[in-house]
Design a protein around this ligand. Structure first.
Ligand SMILES: Cc1ncc(C[n+]2csc(CCOP(=O)(O)OP(=O)(O)O)c2C)c(N)n1
Length: 646
């Protein structure tokens, strides 16, 4: 309450209401060692209700995270402090995931718990054997994503996942009864969890519930009945304690009620010492774990360490990619890029055991299940393919949790149009710099008969607007394996691979080791003579641009074609390289079966664009391309009209 007061903003209610829960958890149960916040076998603690960030900052300070000084607590919510408004992964040691958007942390924790079970199966429980704890609020449980997360966790029987629910009956608007009447205990039970309701201010009751949850054969919910802003004389138990400083009078009253007589930011030495002792509980277990790790056969130990670091076996990837490219050069394939992706995955997942695949109930459409890949289930956590069910949002957030846990590179699939259903989690992956790979197929009107509900139009532009996300749209089977390689090598970025349903010709037929997609954009078909026209296109429209190039040639116009598989990588090129790709042809035309937004970066506002301006329609795809005017003829016309020759 003092830090929030000093910052003149923040949320005192949750930290005060859940201090008892956090104290029991951190002093009696949670396995961690402040000397090594990244110890792979630590228990994970996710504060899903990220608005209560002062709770975790205070606890990290108390248990002895060196960088979390009282000075940082005093600088709550100030620029450059370790104590930002909401917990941020990668910014503050001890923070396992970025939380704040309600529901995400809970769903991340499901991914962490999956990762734990999988790695325990692969490397043995001597090396991987820990719990995932979550502190969740009413808001977390009201968000739709929580349903996807708890259903998945219950189905997979993630018994080492324990959710402590801050059951305080208050949210921002007032009593929860204004908007919610769910019986959370019964809801979780229905999803296959062990669930109980306890008094959340009694340490022994909390401890007994956690001890019981630890030995349950199902994931556990402990609904802890608490009072928001516990101790505040007039604001406790009301929404007034939720998200604003309490004010000097109220703080004075709270001090009196709680029997706390020291000034702000001062701690009694005995209290500090007791917390420090709690913070040292993990030292012994971590040393013992290090000994067990050292005792592993050297190749197992090296493999565990490699995977924990997120380091790729570069040589193995190179061999896998080369093999696929050589096969494609020898026998060019006219296939949909989703099928090409399946071929790429057969090779890559064989080389990279850390790749865990999945799909949101579109396995046969997304082609994300490589041949022979066993299913990860409650009966076999060693499997590597997850049937996420129709739960795109929960899937994307669980993938973030797996990546954050470490040791796993998650990839999975849905339709590109449903990236909207994953977007909040993709955004957090981008913010947290996590390597998760989303295969998003059926990437345009080219999906045909399913119609406008399923045809993405604005999605590429909107995904490209997201900082740190790589959006790949390969034009053929060769670009597909190259984009896969780039997505895997981008250790600190999420990727989306936008892939077609319809077949595409293989445009790259020369054997070539170099990854041309690494430039983001490159000349795939040079002009016969000095170029008068530059045609830019991505994915399925590159072949149309190549056909337009031939039409232009027949009209005596020299055009070049630039394939643009990834805007973000192109943007990262030095200006001189970018200039070479953009070229100096006076006429520029871009083609993409999507909206224009973003393409002016390459063609300028005076360039011509052939694409979509409306939603699509339901019809066979060739008919749709004709109807919406995305054809080689129209591309050639667009170029010619710029010369006044249309
Ligand atoms: C997705 C999302 N929507 C809205 C918010 C804004 N918000 C922050 S806390 C909160 C609800 C507060 O209620 P509760 O979760 O019960 O927390 P408590 O009041 O107990 O601290 C809301 C709506 C958010 N952080 N995330």
């Amino acid at each position: 309450m003092d830090a929030v007061e000093q910052a003149k903003s923040g949320h005192p209610g949750l930290p005060m209401g859940t201090a008892d829960i956090a104290t029991v958890l951190f002093t009696r149960f949670l396995q961690f060692d402040p000397a090594d916040p990244a110890w792979p076998d630590r228990d994970r603690f996710v504060l899903s209700a990220g608005h209560g960030s002062m709770l975790i900052y205070a606890v990290l300070h108390l248990v002895g995270y060196e960088q979390m000084t009282i000075g940082e607590i005093k600088r709550f919510r100030q620029r450059g402090s370790l104590t930002p408004g909401h917990p941020e992964f990668g910014h503050t040691p001890g923070i396992e995931t970025t939380t704040g958007p309600l529901g995400q942390g809970l769903a991340n924790a499901v991914g962490m718990a999956i990762a734990e079970r999988h790695l325990a199966t692969v490397f043995g429980t001597d090396i991987v054997d820990h719990f995932t704890f979550v502190l969740a609020s009413d808001g977390d449980l009201m968000e739709g994503i929580s349903q996807e997360a708890i259903a998945l966790a219950g189905h997979l029987r993630l018994a080492k996942l324990i959710v402590l629910f801050d059951d305080n009956g208050i949210s921002i608007d007032g009593p929860l009864a204004l908007a919610d009447s769910v019986d959370q205990v019964r809801r979780f039970e229905a999803a296959g969890w062990a669930a109980s309701r306890i008094e959340g201010h009694d340490p022994d009751t909390i401890a007994a519930a956690i001890a019981k949850a630890k030995v349950s054969d199902r994931p556990s919910l402990i609904a802890c009945r608490t009072t928001i802003g516990y101790g505040a004389p007039t604001k406790a138990g009301t929404e007034k304690a939720h998200g604003a400083p309490l004010g000097a009078e109220e703080i004075k009253g709270a001090r009196e009620r709680l029997g706390w007589h020291l000034p702000a930011f001062e701690l009694p030495p005995d209290v500090r010492a007791a917390w420090r002792r709690a913070g040292e509980r993990g030292k012994g277990p971590r040393q013992a774990w290090l000994k067990r790790l050292a005792a592993l056969p050297p190749d197992r130990r090296t493999e565990f360490e490699r995977r924990s670091r997120g380091q790729l076996p570069k040589d193995k990837i190179a061999i896998a990619v080369r093999g696929v490219k050589e096969r494609l050069a020898a026998t060019p394939k006219e296939v949909a890029t989703r099928h090409a992706s399946e071929g790429a995955l057969d090779a890559l997942t064989a080389a990279l055991p850390e790749m865990i695949g999945g799909s949101a109930d579109l396995t046969g459409s997304n082609n994300t299940k490589p041949r022979g890949m066993p299913v990860l289930s409650a009966a076999d956590y060693g499997g590597r393919f997850i049937h996420y069910g129709v739960r795109e949002h929960g899937m994307a957030a669980a993938m973030n949790g797996m990546a954050l846990h470490g040791g796993i590179i998650p990839f999975s699939g849905t339709f590109l149009v449903f990236s909207d259903y994953c977007r909040p989690a993709i955004r957090l992956a981008a913010l947290m710099r996590q390597r998760v790979i989303h295969v998003m197929t059926h990437d345009s009107i080219g999906l045909g008969e399913d119609g406008p509900t399923h045809q993405p139009v604005e999605h590429l532009a909107s995904l490209r607007a997201m900082p740190n996300l790589l959006v790949f749209r390969p034009c053929d089977a060769v670009e597909t394996i190259e984009c896969w390689q780039l997505a895997l090598e981008a250790q600190d970025r999420p990727s989306v691979l936008a892939l077609t349903r319809q077949n595409l010709p293989q445009l790259r037929t020369e054997p070539e080791d170099r990854n041309r997609c690494a430039a983001g954009a490159y000349e795939i078909a040079p002009a016969p003579t000095l170029a008068e026209v530059s045609l830019f296109a991505s994915g399925s429209e590159v072949a149309l641009a190549v056909a337009a190039q031939a039409l232009l040639r027949a009209r005596g116009v020299s055009a070049r074609v630039v394939s643009v598989p990834c805007f973000e990588l192109f943007r990262a090129l030095p200006a001189s390289e970018r200039q070479k790709v953009t070229g100096s042809a006076p006429v520029k035309v871009a083609v993409e079966a999507a909206v224009r937004q973003g393409w002016d970066e390459l063609i300028g506002s005076d360039g011509a664009f052939v694409g979509m301006t409306t939603f699509g329609a339901s019809a066979p795809y060739k008919d749709l391309y004709g109807h919406f005017g995305i054809t080689a003829e129209r591309i050639a016309e667009a170029a010619l009209s710029k010369f006044g020759r249309g």
